[in-house]
Design a protein around this ligand. Structure first.
Ligand code: ATP
Ligand code: MG
Length: 562
């Protein structure tokens, strides 16, 4: 049933693939490829991370190498188990297997030893400036910084203070361990960066063992080295951190067989949404969405619940490619990948979202006729199913116009259309309520048109979808739109101002063909003529069917903004 629609089997070249191929041919790192994906467990993963996941795991796969999943858990105040669980689930869902599951917190002892080594080499010192003073001493982009008065403490003093920092003698912020590099470096990251700070906080894994925690830049490179990582791939904002990455590795004694090298690539940015855990957490905490897995969220759990497939996301990441240029990608690119994937994978079904009752007046009462419907228009392996036509059916309100223009090939007074998989019907009578709303159509059907033909060869252009009124199942269908009304919400101070107030529309009167009662949570369908829909993984049940619109059949957004 799986149609090959992905482009990922024949990877296109990019600068990182070229670099790795070259490293292998030069036998650099002994010809090994070992990457890692290093999220901080301080939120749920988003589509930006899916790019980093595809890059790191994808390269390991392509070159028969390894990729670790490493939790970069050095900030105890923001990290927790729920985030870790979700990250593992999301990476697995995307179809990747990590070689090893690692935690930066497992290296706290080793990192402490490396810090002592730096102190002993007089390459690190304990500073006692407060945060504000430290900022002041740091200088600016145009002015060099100046040395802290504590910079010349002796090795013995530094050792003593650092050990006492560890044993909990000092308050948060009283001291910090800093690298002794160059306070006048044009690269701010090299102006004696902080390596350790005091934080009297329990860590979700190490408990109260530590009250000093290593900083990201110090931890990251050493974690890479301890795991024998060869290619440390990260996003461009870390380019200026690379000298520090190398400085740390150059100055401690490592026993790794090869030295990791950092290479940067551009972040993924998507229009009409935000890809940043810090911003996304705000949407969750302020109740703008129902949770991290709200189907409007650009989180992996959100798009999964919305009905996006892992194949589509991987295909999208491949299409976006890996470059050094930051750019904004149109949501339409992602939606196209989803549409293409679901088009080959999703079985078809009939559903009416905004029902209008239609009575076929010449159809026998209390009887029904079984028709055969194809589960996929092009792929026979999907098979067929039986649907029932009865005297009363529901059609889509939008498929009727009382005064239709000439090019409207659907229902109108006196107009003839074909019912999908069934007969041609002609609309003869319109019933309205007191306020003038059309509440029922009365039609006749032509029993000679069941074969898909018309006996006299007359042209019936329109085909509309329908469901039997006697058999239809009631359902709720949720329609989603862009979460934000502007292309780049982060361009303004308060990005939440640009939330699209119409990003969710809940339809509660929908009518589904009864076979959809068998839908399992998360199952994808195409509701013919309407789009791709997926049974909600949380709220859907046989008693109360709930479907999410994954994506429309065509790019309706392009039309609106274009
Ligand atoms: P956020 O800014 O959303 O909090 P982050 O960079 O802090 O993201 P991490 O958990 O540190 O999140 O990220 C793990 C990895 O994912 C890093 O290597 C990071 O470079 C990468 N990553 C994060 N966001 C993106 C993105 N938008 N595009 C590509 N890679 C990303
Ligand atoms: Mg981060």
């Amino acid at each position: 049933m799986n149609k090959d629609t992905s482009t990922s089997d024949a990877p296109t070249s990019n600068f990182i693939r070229n670099l790795i191929a070259e490293d292998i041919s030069n036998n650099k790192h002994g010809g090994r490829v070992h990457t890692r994906f290093p999220p901080e467990p301080n939120g749920y993963l988003h589509l930006g991370h899916s790019k980093a996941i595809c890059v790191n795991f994808g390269l390991a796969q392509q070159y028969d190498g390894h990729c670790n999943l490493r939790f970069d858990d050095t900030n105890p105040e923001k990290e927790n188990d729920e985030y870790m669980r979700s990250i593992k689930e999301d990476v697995s869902w995307l179809g990747f297997k990590w070689t090893e599951l690692r935690y930066a917190s497992d290296y706290f002892d080793a990192l402490y030893q490396f810090a002592l080594e730096l102190i002993d080499k007089n390459l690190a010192y304990v500073d006692s400036l407060n945060a504000e003073q430290m900022r002041e001493y740091r200088g600016t982009l145009t002015e060099p910084g100046k040395n802290s008065p504590h910079r010349d403490r002796t090795i013995e003093q530094n050792r003593d203070l650092f050990e006492r920092m560890k044993s909990g003698e000092f308050e948060d912020g009283a001291h910090a361990l800093r690298a002794r590099i160059d306070m006048s470096s044009p690269n701010m990251n090299m102006r004696d960066p902080v390596l350790y700070r005091i934080r009297h906080l329990d860590h979700y894994r190490t408990g109260d063992k530590w009250c000093i925690y290593p900083m990201y830049d110090y931890t990251h490179c050493l974690s890479d080295a301890l795991e024998n990582i060869t290619h440390s791939l990260c996003t461009l904002e870390f380019e200026d951190h690379r000298p520090l990455y190398d400085w740390v590795l150059d100055n401690v004694t490592l026993t790794s067989p090869s030295r990791p090298e950092q290479t940067e690539f551009s972040r993924l940015n998507l229009q009409y949404t935000v890809l940043s855990k810090r911003k996304l957490i705000q949407l969750v905490e302020q109740g703008h969405v129902t949770g991290w897995d709200d189907p409007r969220m650009p989180t992996i759990s959100g798009i999964r619940r919305r009905g996006y497939t892992a194949d589509a996301v991987r295909d999208f990441c491949e299409r976006v490619g890996v470059t050094k240029n930051n750019s904004m990608v149109d949501m339409g690119v992602l939606e196209n990948s989803v549409r293409e994937d679901l088009n080959s994978k999703a079985p078809r079904a009939l559903a009416v979202l905004k029902p209008l009752k239609l009575v076929i007046t010449n159809f026998p009462e209390n009887s029904s006729e079984t028709l055969t419907a194809r589960n996929h228009p092009k792929d026979d392996s999907f098979g067929t199913r039986e649907i029932r036509l009865s005297r009363e059916i529901f059609v889509e309100q939008d498929d009727f116009m009382e005064d239709p223009p000439r090019k409207f090939f659907r229902l109108g007074p006196g107009r003839e259309v074909r019912l999908r998989y069934g007969y041609c019907i002609t609309c003869n009578e319109i019933i309205k309520d007191d306020t003038g709303n059309v509440i029922e159509l009365r039609c006749t059907y032509d029993p000679e048109t069941g074969s898909g033909q018309t006996p006299d060869g007359r042209k019936v252009k329109g085909i509309i979808h329908w469901v039997s009124a006697t058999e239809a199942v009631d359902a709720e269908v949720r329609l989603y739109d862009r979460l934000f009304g502007v292309e780049n919400p982060l361009a303004s101070d308060d990005f939440t101002e640009h939330l699209n107030s119409e990003s969710l529309q809940v339809l509660t009167q929908c009518k589904l063909e009864p076979s959809l009662l068998l839908a399992e949570k998360g199952a994808n369908y195409q509701f013919e003529r309407l789009g791709f829909f997926s049974a909600d993984s949380v709220d859907h049940s046989t008693e109360t069917p709930v479907f999410n619109r994954t994506v429309t059949l065509r790019d309706s957004w392009a039309k609106r903004s274009g």
